[in-house]
Design a protein around this ligand. Structure first.
Ligand code: KG4
Ligand code: ZN
Length: 333
């Protein structure tokens, strides 16, 4: 079969990323232009600033990617973009660019759901045998999804309130650590001890998650300690929070694996780049004799390679978008 080269664009939040992916599995070239330095000044992503920067950068990033791949736009078989979910103004930049390229070069347009992209980051360098249980842990999602085959998703559970990444970011803010919070909380936790008591969370029979209790508990604790002029050990607090959050993540994922008897776990999303989480989930899977597949860390946080991998699944199924494609801020799988 002829090789398929897809040029994919990801612009749902604060990364302008373009990738050329071969047959959904091989990362030919990927460029990620992060806006992190700009948003750090504001302590979080400012949507208007994000979309303006995507607009300024998108053609530069496309050209850099083509140069790195040593390819021309004429050699591309299809153009893909993230169309949802995310920041509307940011998504629109990727969507309109992919539409324009598809129109000019008369090649199919593929609209990718960002969450599907996160899951298929696992295809890069791995052969996946279905059924699998897929755990997405990102800034907006904490989902447990059963996949009977590569294009069939069934929700088993999800967060009832905050996503785990959102909770890491809020804990960082409470402790006055810089944006983005997740990686900083991980760094602090590494040097701390589990000394602060944390509440037990959603210890029920469902496959759902809840992280808002941990957030409010930590917030109240820090507030009370400040009022009493007590010194907060940020390292120990980060460690205690992370241990409690991961214990909850593991307990629900373990229950899902035991109850469904599925023998492969995929993990994905920005939080899946956390070493402590990767190792803890791996240990649990070893205990259950379950195979765990995880993307390389660089494919966990937002990137266009994962969009190219997901686009290939749609390409194979002839699921193309039309030129009236629009961006959407929310959508399910
Ligand atoms: O998947 P992603 O890049 O964007 C979304 O689709 O949300 O995930 C971003 C989230 C942020 O909340 C960020 O703080 C978190 O992933 N994150 C981490 C780590 N790296 C990124 N959380 C914990 N530990 C990390 N090392
Ligand atoms: Zn993401």
């Amino acid at each position: 079969m002829k090789d398929t080269y897809i040029l994919a664009i990801e612009s749902s939040c604060d990364e302008t990323s373009v990738s050329i992916v071969k047959n959904g599995k091989e990362d030919i070239a990927t460029i990620i232009n992060s806006q992190i330095n700009v948003h750090t000044k504001y302590g979080g992503v400012v949507p208007e600033v994000a979309s303006r920067l995507h607009l300024e950068n998108i053609t530069i990033v496309i050209n850099e990617c083509l140069e790195k791949a040593n390819m021309k736009l004429e050699q591309i078989d299809a153009f893909a973009c993230t169309y949802a979910p995310g920041l509307l103004g940011s998504l629109l930049v990727g969507v309109e660019t992919a539409k324009t390229l598809s129109y000019i070069f008369k090649k199919p347009l593929i609209a990718v759901n960002h969450m599907m992209g996160h899951i298929y980051a696992n295809m890069i360098g791995n052969d996946i045998k279905y059924p699998v249980l897929s755990l997405i842990i990102s800034g907006g999602h904490t989902d447990l999804i059963i996949m009977e085959n590569e294009n069939k998703f069934r929700y088993l559970g999800q967060t009832l309130d905050d996503a785990i990444g959102e909770c890491y970011d809020k804990i960082a803010r409470i402790m006055s650590l810089p944006y983005p919070g997740g990686p900083n909380v991980e760094k602090y936790a590494l040097e701390g001890k589990d000394t602060y008591q944390m509440p037990t969370i959603l210890n029920d029979n469902s496959y759902n998650f809840s992280f808002s209790g941990l957030k409010s508990h930590t917030n109240n604790k820090v507030h009370n300690m400040k009022q009493r002029n007590e010194e907060i050990n940020k390292y120990d607090l980060a460690c205690s929070f992370q241990n409690a959050a991961v214990k909850h993540l593991i307990s629900k994922t373990k229950k899902a694996l035991i109850d469904t008897q599925i023998k492969t776990l995929l993990i994905s999303g920005g939080v899946a780049s956390n070493n402590f989480i990767r190792n803890s989930l791996k240990e649990m899977c070893n205990e259950l004799n379950v195979q765990m597949i995880m993307p390389e860390k660089k494919y966990c946080t937002d990137n266009a390679t994962m969009i190219g991998a997901a686009a290939y699944i749609l390409y194979k199924n002839n699921e193309f978008a039309s030129l009236d494609l629009n961006a959407k801020s929310t959508v399910s799988l």
